[in-house]
Design a protein around this ligand. Sequence first.
Ligand SMILES: [Zn+2]
Length: 250
Amino acid sequence: MAGPLRTEGPSRIEGMQPAPGVHVAITDRHGGVSAPPYGSRNLGGLVGDDPAAVRANREGVAAELGVRGVVFMRQVHSADVAYVSEPFGDDPPPLDGVFTSEPGLALASLGADCPAVLVADPVARLVGAAHSGRPGTEAGIATALVEAMAGKGAQPYRMVALIGPGACGRCYEVPADLRERVAAKVPETWSTTSWQTPALDLRAGIEAQLRAAGLNDVRHDARCTIESDELYSHRRQQPGGRFAGLIWLT
Ligand SMILES: [Zn+2]
């Protein structure tokens, strides 16, 4: 694994190449044109930011990554996955997972505390991206993505996954009954905040789901969105923007 690499200058995209021909990037708050409180590289279209700024930020990311297009979903905390061969355009369908075999087509999962799940089978030449916040983790979106990719020829044992930044298990406080309910489905999510109250560790839960689906190579960008001012966090700041985890083939 080469990287993680940090690009020079104002762009500040975390990039890495987890397998031959497979590229992953995590954007942050910097390098875009959005005004406060969205400053400056907000990629979320439904958070109240100026649509022209969001469009410019999205085009800037595509240009910087050198991809021909970026697929943005209308994320609704579901477990629904689709194969894509082109960007959706202005009215994307409600989905939380997409996958493709098209080189140069980046798949984006937007987040402000919800981890992106980025997976690839470098042999089958398939990449996928999912948005796995609390409801999506409970619903099993990461599992659904792996199964959908396996249905098109991917093999879980040779897949590599990166779980992106999110609210960490020491910060993501939830009511006790919610922790009970989520952990009943995904036991590894059970957590406690650093101040000893009920919490959820989504990243631990997603990793368990991926390993149960047959993956052996699960990596983390373990930055906590609540603790890192470099990233957008819904828990820390409202209104606010969205950053993206992206994956694509070359
Ligand atoms: Zn944290």
